[in-house]
Design a protein around this ligand. Sequence first.
Ligand code: AMP
Ligand code: MG
Length: 335
Amino acid sequence: MLTLGIETSCDETAISVVDEGEVLSGAIASSVKFHKAFGGIIPEIASRSHVESISYVLKEALDEGGVALKDIELISVTQGPGLPGSLLVGIAFAKALALSLSVPLIGVNHVIAHLYANFMNGTKVRFPFVGLVVSGGHTSLIYAEAVDHYTILGQTHDDAAGEAFDKVAKIMNLGYPGGPIIEERAAKVKSAEMRFPRSYLGPNSLDFSFSGIKTSVLYYVRDHKKRGGVQWQNQINEICHAFQSAVCEVLINKAIAACNRKGADSLMVGGGVSANGALRKGLAESTEAEGISLWLSPKEMCTDNASMIAGFGEALYKKGVRSAFDITAIPDMGI
Ligand code: AMP
Ligand code: MG
């Protein structure tokens, strides 16, 4: 069964062809270079870029997969959460394709789809499991009981983990997106002495808060500018390391706590921040110590892609799920 996945929730226009969980192609056009100057995503630029790119991305995905459009049997598209204008471009495109090809349409949840990046190319998943989605817009702990049954165990009260990486990079003028830059800087630190506070929101909470650590970095930079002393510019690597350690520690401890609370023996991780090497290493060590099996998305499928959208759509289709042709964008789509 050939499924076309379409993802336009943020700044990536992505289309993939997936055949029964096997990724045949994944084409992506990113508008990130246009947002860099602003240190974050400008929604109007993102949606206009989707309009400009989407037909070319479709052609590339079909060519790369060696597939003709007429052979597509299912269209799966991100319905939310995401930027309204951006989502609408993908949804309108998906509807037009599904109608013209007379094939079914499925609108899927982007956050859950991040977990499906673990299930592609022959990897079979056993339910239930705990999912950790750490991206630019979300930090969520999810209990997955079946393909169509998920509950939220915890989520962020303020900034998402990726958003915190981006904002901290912006405070130090390091560029955008901040995650990969901070990881590279942090890796240069051999012995770490600097430490920022961790926010656990109480001993039993599975929720997150990352705005406090971001503010700690802001104050550190501000105070080391004002007072002279050690210039913060000479400590960028240390600041990156201390920030990354604090974020990773909280993510790892809460993910383990969620598994223990639900008695789950598997942890699935996805989203852009899960490309972070320190997080991957820490999760591997902690899950091993706890006897939990860990599933990390392949690095190229951590950030937004359409293979995970196609994969999740296929799984829902097999459960009998279909979307009507009047679906629209749900920017704040819940689980
Ligand atoms: P997504 O929203 O899933 O597309 O992921 C994008 C987010 O992931 C951005 O906030 C990035 O800063 C973050 N990100 C990407 N790579 C890394 C990394 N290596 N370490 C930490 N965060 C990352
Ligand atoms: Mg995402």
